[in-house]
Design a protein around this ligand. Sequence first.
Ligand code: CUV
Ligand code: SF4
Length: 638
Amino acid sequence: MEKKKVDVLEQMQNMTIDLNSKALIEKAEKDGVETMYKRKLGYKVQCGFGLQGVCCRNCGMGPCRISPKTPRGLCGADEHTIVGRNYARMCAGGTAAHSDHARDITHTLGLTTPGGAYQVAEPEKLKEFAQFMGVDPEGKDIYELAHEVSEVCLMEFGKPHGVSKLLARAPKVRQDIWKEYGIEPRAIDREIATVMHSTHIGCCADIDALVHMAFRCSMADGWAGSMIGTMLSDILFGTPKPVHTEANLNVLDGNNVNIILHGHEPTLSEMIVLASELPEMQDLAKEVGADGITLSGICCTGNELTMRHGIKIAGDFHQQELAIITGAVEAMIVDVQCIFPALAEVATHYHTKFITTSPKAQITGSTYMEFHEETALEDAKTIVREAILNFKNRDASKVMVPELKSEAMVGYAEEAIVGQLNNVVNTQIDDMNTLKPLIDVLASGVIRGVVGVVGCNNARTPSNYNHLTIMKELIKNDYLVVTTGCGASAAAKNGLMLKENAAKYAGKGLATVCQLVDIPPVIHLGSCVDNSRILNICSLVANALDMDIADLPVAGCAPEWMSEKAIAIGTYVVGSGIETFLGVMPPVTGSSRAVEILCGSIKDKVGACFHVNEDAEALAQDIMACIEAKRPHFEELY
Ligand code: CUV
Ligand code: SF4
């Protein structure tokens, strides 16, 4: 019996390489709390149909599942149709999530007022972006302009005619490729609706057409929704600048009121920051016996907060339950996306208040405190007060804050990366001059290439293992890594975002560049919507060199992806001409045609394709080989 218990614990602990997580998995067992790691044990055998993407329940005659005995669904849909429809729907789900987040940010820009809760933090960026979107800033009050830009951006979600205005940021050759293949996205909502319509029973039943539609929809994610989300977040809350932070669960402070922000939209989290800094809240914290208030973040909200304020990163997607299990968290405040419904149950074992705030993500068992942008600061104060007052309920006997954390430098927006290479932070990126150092180190081969290693944690791999294995291998071989999302948290937690560690982890070329221009070998670009920053940087470099994005020695990688959002991201990254490497197989293997297209022939259309390898070491080698193969052509063009 004892032996069996130990085995179970060991099995769970083997599902993560994070030492804090291992310690808290043990505590969870002692406390009798179920976590994802425990539930995973019950899922030893996952549904083979689901894994291959050949289960269809798009109509009430189903579910139909493809097998040698039943090669077609009741309507006659074959494996290619079913896989294609499921894949397209994943892309639509992901596009909807990122873009609806962006829509909220866009509405918020429309609510800005001088002196109000939401203000314009970057008037110059606003003017520049207004001009790009066809709004003349001349002679306009900055708030009048903000409201006008908000309206124009809102049209990108539902305009009846034309394609995304933001495509014009890409090199002309790239735009021509999109036109040729027909994947210039129209209004964001339209692309999502089209996929939902075409994947309804009895509609599209052609794998090539379904993949095409999935690509056009995902392009709306990258080149409209996410890009608008990032741009307007910068305008509202400030363009991130390099800032020092700490990461992993040890950032929770034993004597402070600990508030964790989890989810995605900075509209909520920025207000919580504002509210918690108010003297009245600080005083209240002292009144209840705490030394102060510690805010920290999980998932993409964590990234948004850390890059703009240096707020500490509590952990990643797979640590959300474990954070509560420390027993030291007064409130876990969430908005949308990547929030385990399990948090409600986990919180019942401790004093933690699990506070949901969005009508889009209400969760049974949570404390629901709806947040409205119109009354943002008041709402935020109410929520923070609730958290502070909960401090008195903390049970010291249940507290265990694990030992480890790491320091990190985070918050490199496009401006900071390019500026830092010029040794001028926050320069405007507008000419070859400022891009030249970046291009020079790439062209000379001192840095072999740039790889975006991004995305989630997936319980199909040990948490953080693929991320760290791949990042370390790449920087060791002089590939600069840029990262977002939970990949960024993994890097921050493990010291890869420190310039001081460049000599230890990076190859000679990269380490030298890191020393010279004061950057870490793994660069924090932000949240998942901030993958649009990668599109931006690639476009700037390609434009400056008069090349296509596909000519650049760059690659994308999602080593532990799990969400539909990640599939949409991967798809628009491929669509943008960037070879994309996945460490977990997407549910498409049931269709040989789907695999042939996505991992092969799509390259003829867009200049890149997916590559999958579930062995992280091998995947890193694949990435490097792919970039090396691009280098001669790149150097020749340069
Ligand atoms: Ni939006 S999508 S687990 S928080 S990166 Fe983290 Fe990132 Fe994936 Fe979710
Ligand atoms: Fe079955 Fe066709 Fe209905 Fe899908 S759409 S559940 S394959 S009958």
